[in-house]
Design a protein around this ligand. Structure first.
Ligand code: 2P0
Length: 332
């Protein structure tokens, strides 16, 4: 869809998602195919907003992320836009301006919302008529977890059967408003992480002795989580989610050298969440490839959960969000 002036331009918003049943490991690095399926929740009030403007006659891509440009990020964005340019049969560069309203690269899944927004906006700017599943497939090639942020609410990214990976896409399991859980995010560091997810996953696959056990046990976890989500069974979702999180970290901790994404505050927050649950508060934790802790709870528990996390030594800030929608168009 070109705008009124005939420009190849569009803007989209997407939100980060948090995996409850984790993705870790690639069976095909070039196509970015996962060794396991995963299940996530898409967040509401953290967002990436991205404006993509293709410029006939311009050779390179010019990228601004939160007002700054970064060579490594620009390269990754160019690779992603190339997938769209190939489909559209064009070769011009784009001006890309993207903003996050949350800290980038600290385990808050900025690549998930970022590449979901980029693919969603870029496809519309080039007038590609792509289904959401096709957008999810392309977003997956740019960053695995981005496949899930195309959709809102509870989402499964399936392993897929085809060698070319065209069936490894995300699909919605349940709408956000059908089970409106809340998420408190304890920020324990705003530094960029030392080992990125792609490098971490590849190191794990090469050196962790638990890799095959991880792959062999994932299907059962996905099935338990799917059932818990369909039944809105909080306790069942809590125990399978903490299990998947700790199993993923055990796998990565056993790589060589071990991947230790937690700091002291992360661990303190885990204990606090477990103590609350023992007192009957409906809350569980999950942690990704960074030191932030995400506590998922029933709406009635959110203030108590936030207070317990805010009070933990080393916690810098606590964000609070509901579950939100998938990628969507916004004004340029
Ligand atoms: C997840 N993570 O399921 C897992 C759990 C982090 C821990 O997906 O290499 O940025 O771009 O496909 O998606 C983070 O990895 O990795 C991630 P790439 P991505 O959310």
């Amino acid at each position: 869809r070109t705008d009124a002036s005939g420009e190849l331009r569009a803007a989209s918003q997407a939100q980060p998602n948090i995996a409850l049943i984790k993705y870790w490991g690639k069976r095909d690095v070039a196509l970015n195919l996962p060794v396991v399926g995963s299940i996530s929740i898409t967040l509401e009030s953290l967002w990436t907003r991205t404006d993509v403007h293709f410029m006939p006659g311009q050779k390179d891509d010019r990228v601004s992320l939160n007002g700054r440009s970064d060579q490594a990020e620009t390269k990754r964005i160019t690779k992603c836009l190339d997938l769209l340019r190939t489909r559209a049969g064009v070769d011009y560069g784009a001006n890309v301006a993207s903003r996050n309203n949350f800290p980038t690269a600290a385990g808050l899944a900025s690549s998930a919302s970022g590449f979901a927004a980029l693919v969603h906006a870029g496809a519309r700017a080039l007038n590609l008529d792509l289904s959401l599943e096709e957008q999810s497939m392309l977003a997956r090639r740019c960053s695995g977890s981005a496949a899930r942020s195309i959709f809102g609410g509870y989402v499964e990214w399936v392993h897929g059967k085809l060698a070319d990976g065209t069936d490894s896409v995300a699909r919605p399991l349940l709408d956000a408003n059908a089970w409106p859980l809340r998420v408190a995010v304890a920020i324990t560091s705003t530094a960029a992480k030392q080992v990125g997810s792609t490098e971490g996953m590849n190191r794990t696959a090469e050196t962790s002795p638990y890799q095959s056990a991880w792959i062999d046990t994932q299907e059962a976890d996905l099935s338990v989580a799917r059932d818990a989500i369909r039944a809105r069974d909080f306790d069942a979702l809590a125990s399978i989610s903490e299990y998947s999180c700790l199993k993923m970290h055990a796998l990565a901790l056993a790589a060589q050298p071990g991947l230790l994404y937690w700091n002291g505050a992360t661990v303190e927050c885990m204990h606090r969440v477990r103590a609350l649950r023992q007192q009957g508060v409906p809350v569980f934790f999950t942690v990704d490839a960074g030191p932030q802790l995400k506590a998922v709870c029933e709406p009635s528990a959110i203030e108590q959960v936030k207070a317990a996390l805010r009070d933990a030594p080393g916690v810098l800030d606590v964000l609070d969000t509901g579950l939100g929608e998938g990628a969507r168009a916004i004004a340029t």
